[in-house]
Every structure is written in structure tokens, then in C-alpha cells.
Design a protein around this ligand. Sequence first.
Ligand code: DQA
Length: 146
Amino acid sequence: MQILVLHGPNLNLLGTREPAVYGSTTLDQINAELAKIAADAGAKLESFQSNHEGALIDRVQAARLDGTDFVIINPGAFTHTSVALRDAFAGVAIPFIEVHLSNVHRREPFRHHSYFSDLAEGVIVGLGADGYRLALGHALKRGPKA
Ligand code: DQA
């Protein structure tokens, strides 16, 4: 079972970025915890963060060929803007869960629309770093693609 965790723009600043909204856990802490949970379950997990739309698209395209069974993604602000990253997911047809640390539906109206939610297997919002753990739990339970 191979899982890819993708983090979009500004999520490298977690820990110091608007902690009242996004919490005080750093991205490294989140990634390390997810890697441990996956390893304990005998799965492989890779994390990738980029502030660049094209780099995220390239990584999703590469996932089609590198054995990735499942993707967990927080697209950050690209959630609300990126038709191109959405099209990459439609193109590779790898199942994914969309995660947001904050409850985007309780925030500004421009955060209420996602280009990803209708393609996603599931969406988790507002549960902070727990959202990633819950998504990973689902991916591990689901198992590798047939
Ligand atoms: C976010 C919500 C987005 O609206 C925002 O642009 C982010 C983080 C979240 O995790 O709550 O960068 O995806």
C-alpha cells in the first residue's frame, strides 16, 4: 500500500501561520506522525509540499506511474482556484481524500467552493491535524487498489 500526502501553498508555514486558524502543529510534525502510522501498518507514505501549482500537478501525474494507491491532499488556496490541479486528479483517476485544517465553510465565502470535492472520495474539514490522521486511517482500511 503506497500513500501520497500532498500539501499545497503556504502549508510549509504551519506552526507559525495564523495559529488560531490552523493550529500550532508544524508540517514536519504532521508528516512524521503520518509516516509512523503508515509504517506501523506496513504501508509506504511519502509527503510532498509545494507552493507551486505546476509542481503539484507534476507530482500527481507521476503518481499514476509510481504505484501510488491513494492520495491525501490539502490543496491550500489552490482548492478554490485550480482547475489545472483538479484536471490532474481527473486524469490519473487515483482515489483521494481532500483535507482542510480549518472549517472552510465557516470562513469567507470564497473558501466555500472547492474544485476537488466532487471528485474526492471524501472531504474532511475543520478538525485540524486530526483530519490527516482520519484520512490516513481510511486509506489504510481501504487497502491497495486491486
Ligand atoms: C486550508 C483552507 C484554505 O482556504 C486556505 O487557503 C489554506 C488552508 C485549510 O487547511 O484549512 O491554505 O486548505
